[in-house]
Design a binder for this molecule. Structure first.
Ligand code: TYD
Length: 225
């Protein structure tokens, strides 16, 4: 068997890449696969997930995803909490890792806030970017990979209760929002990519995970050369 050429992966050192997409897009599965591949090539990776990823951020995560808070959180408060958790993550983990020439792989980042609280939640996207400037200073991702999926496929990948539109306390606050909200979330990602094509890579994530991973690798190679 011909060994797979992984030398191109060296170009990932010192970069900051975000995986993002609607709930049920399969991004976390792809995240784990790329993470494994990169590490097997001897590249150091700093993995972060949002919301959370730091001691303070995990406490913010609990507030944000607690289904019993459904009616109480004002959308602007919600946006600022996501951003507060992110500011801590950037300062405590992302910036030091970039400085150490590691690949930073993030499962969600400001692109999630732009889609969920912006396009779907109704906050002006320009306002979120302004808050982002304060929270991130200059730490914007080099690349945002968006795993694009239609709602019926996304729902099939989520739990059986969600598929039937029945919810219990184990489902987080975002997942239990309705179909119209999630359609807007998807559109939010596509709009971001259309407005900033240099920084975004959209992957069609409707197929099975091997096919999607293949697309991801081809897309990354095309960008990194
Ligand atoms: P999580 O359980 O981490 O889900 P996933 O595995 O899909 O990433 O929950 C994160 C939820 O929070 C998800 O529904 C997206 C939402 N979210 C926002 O609404 N805004 C944000 O800025 C972030 C980071 C996440």
């Amino acid at each position: 068997m011909t060994p797979i050429d992984t030398t191109w992966l060296n170009k990932l050192r010192g970069r900051f890449i975000v995986f993002d997409g609607p709930d049920g897009s399969g991004k976390s599965t792809q995240f784990t696969r790329l993470d494994g591949l990169v590490k097997s090539a001897g590249i150091e990776v700093c993995e972060v997930r949002e919301p959370g990823g730091t001691y303070i951020g995990e406490q913010v995560r609990r507030i944000l995803l607690d289904p019993s808070n459904t009616d109480e959180v004002d959308i602007r408060c919600e946006m600022l909490l996501f951003m507060a958790s992110r500011a801590q993550l950037v300062a405590e983990r992302i910036n030091p890792a970039i400085k150490a020439n590691k690949l930073v792989l993030a499962d969600r980042f400001i692109s999630s806030t732009l889609a969920y609280q912006g396009t779907a939640g109704g906050i002006d996207v320009a306002d979120i970017l302004r808050v982002g400037q304060i929270a991130l200073r200059n730490t914007w991702p080099d690349l945002v990979v968006v795993f694009d999926v239609d709602l019926p496929t996304a729902r099939k990948r989520m739990s059986p209760l969600l598929r039937e539109n029945e919810f219990d306390a184990t489902h987080d606050r975002m997942e239990i929002k309705g179909a119209a909200f999630h359609e807007k979330v998807r559109q939010g990602y596509l709009d971001q990519a259309a407005n900033d094509p240099e920084r975004y890579l959209v992957i069609d994530a409707r197929d099975d995970e091997d096919v999607v991973f293949d697309r991801l690798i081809k897309g990354l190679r095309a960008i990194l050369g």
